[in-house]
Design a protein around this ligand. Structure first.
Ligand code: ASP
Length: 584
């Protein structure tokens, strides 16, 4: 028996008992006549003690020579500790060691295994297995397990069946590039790893599994933006014989359940907002609604004077930043520079200080009088002491810029509190999105998403106006889930592929199996997927998903621990019939 108790378990009630513990040496303190060892395992730390009076000289010497991270087993008696440590649950006791076995030695670790480590990110990733011994990482993994268990419990309670779908498949169109796997047995042919199990879960609906879920890896070969992983986990769900409302209700309840179970937070309000409203009010399809600063469109009250910048703009829009009227000239200049940074891209910013005496002071006093500015204040709901920030220009770009400013100001003002949760649904997404570069429309969600009833005709005349039965679940300014009601009619699916620029042959080659299935009684269906990594991070009050993944990839998509990706040898290339010199 390696252990009778864990290193986090012993209390005063165990005093007098003989116990066996196993774990890692976190620390030894050698006072000469007495040696203390902190023994660590997943459950905590227990202090071991050896001293001249009660321990043999040989054992004492052995303890003295223990190195950090040695794996040891000890036997000893639980005794009361003289100087108690209130910071740890085992702090009232210690174990007087009578036997000590070294189970394995350890090299000195490249960084300290402590909550605050001296190891940088790269080093920690290279030795991730040591990093996992640290509380912050370990606790995040335990937290993640708690979330996934709660998800499984809720969904199976609702009658969902967990079904595994294959990883070696054909392309799924979620808008990214595929990772491909060459087939040895089928020369010159490739599998693609799923960007999502989308087509399979729809086929499961055709198969009659009317409530499906899966906690599943997805693979997308995208240019890596900060905090994106090429492989990530979804909670993937699909239901048959449902309307949008049914789906929203189930997953609203799942979200509330998780917040209750995991965070102990009760959610009363779960608003639904149309995509158009979200864009108009927050400039963003994933608004953080934990705080105000809603957009006010000022065209009608700001385009009547001689101010050319506003008069020529498609949109003039502002927000009131609470308390920022007290900013100094220097701070205001810095703010204007902030919105002019290439990452935000505004040409400039007009601002109005709402003074405590009710007067206004703006950067455009030459053009606008106090009455004008009072109207802006009313529109933006600015109070005395607030700063109205106004951007103008192309409507879409300006909204995006002001949204960036709104989020920045909220962060600076401490309004994005990690332990406050405000979920909402954003609904009625556009079906199609214009690709500015190619001038073509592509599916905003994916090509299986159903247009709203009666809107199919619009596809020919005004494709950008078609709205879909598509929805996103947004939490604290992050999209944590998204889905749609699907097309279940073969002809409509064919029409959709045509509009998306697929020839009938291409559609058949890529998705013939789905169109075939739709000929055999496909039920009305819909579903959604949550991004598990992000969901866990947000519930954990953090934003970096890497911290909640056991073995994440770095920003270049590399696993620096196993050193992947890596070249493969010629033998393997030959076996796979891969020729690396591309013939044009
Ligand atoms: N397959 C979609 C995605 O990965 C989710 C869904 O439509 O259910 O975003």
């Amino acid at each position: 028996m390696y252990r009778s108790h864990s290193c986090g378990e012993l209390r005063e009630s165990h005093i007098g008992q003989t116990v066996t513990l196993s774990g890692w040496v976190a620390k030894t303190r050698d006072k000469g006549f007495v040696v203390w060892v902190d023994l660590r395992d997943r459950y905590g730390i227990t202090q071991l003690v050896l001293d001249e009076n009660r321990t043999s000289a040989e054992l004492l010497e052995q303890a003295r020579n223990l190195g950090r991270e040695f794996v040891i087993q000890i036997k000893g008696e639980v005794i009361e500790r003289a100087s108690k440590n209130a910071n740890i649950p085992t702090g009232n006791i210690e174990v007087l060691v009578s036997e000590l076995t070294i189970l394995n030695e350890s090299k000195t670790p490249p960084f300290t295994i402590e909550n605050e480590t001296d190891g940088g990110e790269d080093l920690r990733m290279k030795y991730r297995y040591l990093d996992i011994r640290r509380n912050p990482v370990k606790n995040n993994l335990i937290f993640r397990s708690k979330v996934t268990m709660a998800v499984r419990k809720f969904l199976s309670g609702e009658g969902f069946i967990e079904v595994e779908t294959p990883y070696l498949i054909k392309s799924t169109p979620e808008g990214a590039r595929d990772f491909v796997v060459p087939s040895r047995m089928n020369e010159g042919q490739f599998y693609a790893l799923p960007q999502s199990p989308q087509t399979f879960k729809q086929l499961l609906m055709v198969g009659g599994m009317d409530k499906y879920f899966q906690i599943v890896k997805c693979f997308r070969d995208e240019d890596l933006r900060a905090d994106r992983q090429p492989e990530f986990t979804q909670i993937d769900c699909e239901m048959a014989f449902v309307e949008q409302e049914d789906i929203l209700n189930v997953f609203e309840n799942l979200t509330k359940y998780l917040l209750k179970e995991v965070n102990g937070v009760k959610i009363d309000s779960f608003p639904r907002m149309t995509y158009d409203d979200a864009m108009a009010k927050y400039g963003n399809d994933k608004p953080d609604i934990r705080f105000g600063m809603e957009f006010a469109e000022l065209n009608s009250i700001a385009q009547h004077k001689e101010f050319g910048v506003f008069n020529s703009a498609e949109l003039v829009v502002g927000i009131a930043v609470p308390g920022a009227a007290s900013y100094t000239r220097k701070e205001l200049d810095a703010l204007v520079n902030w919105v002019k940074r290439p990452q935000v891209g505004a040409n400039g910013m007009v601002y109005v200080k709402c003074n405590e005496d009710g007067s206004f002071k703006s950067t455009v006093d030459k053009f606008y009088d106090q009455d004008d500015l009072a109207k802006w204040a009313e529109a933006t709901d600015a109070k005395a002491g607030d700063l109205i920030c106004v951007l103008s220009g192309d409507a879409n770009k300006t909204r995006t810029q002001l949204s960036a400013l709104r989020m920045e100001m909220a962060t600076r003002l401490g309004l994005r509190k990690p332990n406050e949760f405000a979920p909402l649904w954003v609904v009625d997404f556009p079906l199609l999105e214009l690709d500015e570069e190619t001038g073509h429309y592509h599916a905003m969600h994916h090509p299986f998403t159903s247009p709203k009833p009666g809107q199919l005709e619009l596809l020919d005349t005004d494709p950008g106006a078609v709205r879909a039965n598509a929805y996103d679940l947004v939490l604290n300014g992050n999209e944590i889930g998204g889905g749609s009601i699907r097309i279940h009619d073969k002809d409509m699916q064919a029409t959709m592929f045509r509009h998306l620029g697929f020839t009938p042959e291409e559609a058949k080659a890529q998705f013939g199996f789905l169109m075939d299935a739709f000929q055999y009684g496909a039920p009305p269906h819909g579903g959604l997927a949550f991004g598990l990594d992000r969901l866990v991070a947000i519930l954990g009050g953090q934003e970096t998903i890497r911290d909640f993944i056991a073995f994440p990839k770095n920003n270049s998509g590399r696993d620096v621990m196993i050193d992947a990706p890596a070249p493969i040898d010629n033998e393997q290339l030959k076996e796979l019939n891969l020729k690396l010199d591309i013939q044009e």
